[in-house]
Ligand binder design. Sequence first.
Ligand SMILES: [Zn+2]
Length: 421
Amino acid sequence: MKCRQVIVCGKLFDGRHDELFEHMEIGIEDSVITEVGKNLSRAGGTSVIDLSHLTVTPGMIDAHVHSDIFTWKRVWDIVTRSSTWCCLGHLHTAQRCLERGFTTIRCHALGDQGYGAVDVKKAIDAGYFHGARMIVACHMLGTIGSHADYSQIFSENPRLSELAQGAVIGTGADFFRAAVRREVKYGSDFIKLFMSGGFSTPNDGPEDQQLSDEEAEAIISTAKRLGKPTTAHVYAPPLMQKLIKLGITGMEHGAMMDEETAAMFEKTDTYLVPTFCPYNEIINLDEENLAKKPPFFQKKLRQYAERLKSGRQIIAKSKIRLGYGTDFVAVHECYESWYEYQSWIRAGMDPFRVLRAATSVNARILEADEKIGIIEPGKLADISGWSRDLLNDEDALRECGFVMKGGTVYPTYKPNESEGG
Ligand SMILES: [Zn+2]
């Protein structure tokens, strides 16, 4: 017999319309939404979940999570600790995200754990553990010494550094074609490539072109032939323009966006996951939190401060298809996805644009829009409830009052719970 539940919503954001609907109810049978409307039937053994004190939304989606890290204070665990430890990090992050109302996360594994992210995803899907749904890229495809090559922290000891270098760090189009084929063979859902350097690694810069044109083309075209989407870590406009011309599916960061490149994104409907919050310390000149970062990291942020500020404004004003993602490597924990909401609101963006980004837009970016991201009949019952005012409170996603994934209700995080060390 089917298990039938009815959720009574205070207000309802359905993931699609820029509106909060009143007096709505959601009917669920087993794991799937069957009805959305007013005064739904309570026939038979229907159980009623009263969320009349909450604003109900689709389960939130974070499109940029480095889930293999337990804590930002020990980012380098991805090269100094075992692959098992990093896989447990995936599980820890997936559980903490779910408890905070994020029912799906797109995982960009930083360390080389083989294809362990796929195992964690499958174990959650099979119900052995609670946790957010995972859409995974098992590796970061990048060149030797690049932002993807975390063994660069051992560069003063080349022998040790060579040992720590991941399996998909290399050189040449053929190397990367093989890497993509292996990612697909062993279960990655999308392909992540590192076109440029970054801020959080010591020996590279955000304007460096790291993959050659030929290497980037090899990755993108091989993935396309195998039916997998591609996304790139990238900052500088010339590199973003190259990637659009190569037919990439989307991009991450894009933090030095200019008007010309934004227009190319709009024209080609290329998505961008801008990950605003990791740069807040420099944009807001938050010296206390800047001081927590390593000196090389602070130096690069200060050097690019003005371009990061103007880039954010250009992204906020653009009509680029923006996805919601956090990318914590610096100050916040990788499951504190609510911070990104605050950053978008402070950049002057409409709350409904943020809410759509974290639900229906992200569902499409994850190529999961047939199942999640919108509250309507036929979709999985991934549903979150929020006690704060979603339209007028920049910290609205900080307190999750209810979370359901696939028709099952899970406990939510209580702020006074300790997080371990
Ligand atoms: Zn990242």
